[in-house]
Design a protein around this ligand. Structure first.
Ligand code: URA
Ligand code: CA
Length: 434
């Protein structure tokens, strides 16, 4: 096989075979196929697309390009959840203990955050003592004994995807549905998931700008998953404004605790119940969404969800007393309110701009080397559709420096106050079958 012929085949719009796709991914991973040929191939996919079969072959070839986590020592269906980049998205912190409290094993491998979205392990790291860099054997033992554990992403997971994503980033080939779908699915499969629940975000700052595009991506991933033997379900949700009220690591831990206590923000609660119910469905614990939601709600009301959270934090070395006393979480020195400049109704709160403001404050990383300040972040007081009066606080900035002028400016750029607002639904679609 010659790479140039395979590029030309894709360029002509023909479908590649499994052997051809494996040849490309293996050659690219070990350096025999140079970046310029791989870039041309990505561009051909960008324009010509891929069949479902090709996308499945690509997914598996990338999943098998490096380490694969073997979770077979854990009993039961291991369900993983993935979100395509949210701001203030605290769902994993809630769902891990909540779903585990229903008896479904949650073996969560998570990464650190970059840019305007926060990483799950960064959020857990806001808890004093919490360790996520644990050996895989310990991780598996924890899940077997207590149903839930979180581990940092292994260094050599899907190296083909890592290299390809870096190329796509600089060759204008990120926005391709088969490439995005296989990139996400390959990582979940290499991390050992038997079943996968996807939260595909739609919004100005999200990968997918329209519901139609998001639906196409979601359906592609569901089809890939089912084709490679992993039951996959998806939700299409709104990321036109941040989820919940809190953005920032310790603040989001606090919001997750409130949610596990049954006092969470309406949008976060709704999304957690739907995604959690899908996780229970994927694990064959329940057969309908309604049944799943009812089970989750019971676990919140009877205190089991919170109890599981405390045990989980304790077993990973964290101070579980934060669940009863959130002042034990890192606290910011300054609390600065952002006043509304006019009367009206909040009509837009661009999530990625809010996320960038939080990043500038120190809640996120601009480069991989940046250090996060767990204490800092934002608490929104107004969401889209809320009335405001001039001078009223739109949000509170939690900061460890007094000068937050740039952050304020970014936040004013992110919000629009008008005469009226159109409230978009939080969940556009729930996909439960291929
Ligand atoms: N997230 C990924 O992991 N891969 C993509 O290609 C896009 C978003
Ligand atoms: Ca939040």
């Amino acid at each position: 096989m010659r790479m140039v012929e395979l590029i030309e085949k894709k360029q002509a719009g023909q479908a590649l075979t499994e052997a051809e796709i494996r040849f490309i991914i293996e050659g690219f991973t070990d350096g025999r196929i140079p970046d310029y040929q791989m870039s041309a191939f990505a561009m051909a996919i960008y324009f010509k697309g891929m069949t479902e079969e090709e996308a499945s072959y690509l997914t598996m070839a990338m999943a098998e390009s490096g380490d694969q986590i073997d979770l077979s020592a854990i009993e039961g269906v291991k369900v993983d959840k993935h979100s395509t980049g949210g701001v203030g998205d605290t769902t994993t912190l809630v769902l891990a203990p909540l779903v585990a409290s229903c008896g479904v094993p949650v073996a969560k491998m998570s990464g650190r955050g970059l840019g305007h979205t926060g990483g799950t392990v960064d959020k857990f790291e806001a808890i004093e003592g919490f360790r996520y860099e644990i050996p895989i054997e310990e991780f598996i033992d924890l899940v077997n004994q207590h149903k839930v554990a979180v581990v940092g992403q292994s260094g050599n997971l899907t190296p083909a995807d890592k290299k390809l994503y870096a190329l796509r980033d600089v060759t204008g080939t990120v926005q391709s549905i088969p490439l995005i779908a296989s990139s996400i699915m390959s990582k979940k499969i290499a991390a050992g998931a038997d079943a996968i629940v996807l939260d595909v975000k739609v919004g100005e700052g999200a990968f997918m700008k329209t519901v139609e595009e998001a639906e196409k991506l979601a359906r592609t991933m569901v089809k890939i998953g089912n084709q490679v033997g992993r039951k996959t379900l998806a939700v299409i949700s709104n990321m036109n404004e941040p989820l919940g009220y809190a953005i920032g690591n310790a603040l989001e831990v606090e919001e997750a605790i409130q949610t596990l206590k049954g006092q969470g923000p309406a949008d976060l609660v709704e999304l957690c119940l739907v995604l959690g119910a899908q996780m229970l469905m994927a694990a064959n614990k329940v057969s309908t969404l309604e049944e799943g939601k009812a089970m989750l709600q019971t676990q919140i009301e009877n205190g089991q969800a919170l109890a599981t959270f405390k045990q989980f934090i304790k077993h990973q070395g964290g101070n579980e007393k934060i669940a009863d006393d959130v002042t034990l979480l890192p606290q910011a020195q300054y609390k600065i309110e952002l006043p509304a400049l006019t009367d009206g109704v909040v009509s837009n709160w661009v999530a990625n701009k809010v996320g960038e403001a939080a990043m500038v404050l120190g809640a996120g990383r601009e480069t991989k080397e940046d250090k996060i300040d767990p204490a800092v972040g934002l608490i929104l007081h107004k969401k889209v559709g809320d009335k405001v009066q001039k001078g009223e606080a739109l949000l509170t900035i939690y900061s460890n420096r007094e000068d937050v002028e740039e952050v304020k400016q970014r936040l004013y750029d992110a919000i629009t106050i008008s005469d009226s607002a159109k409230k978009e639904p939080l969940i556009y679609e729930v996909i439960t079958e291929a």
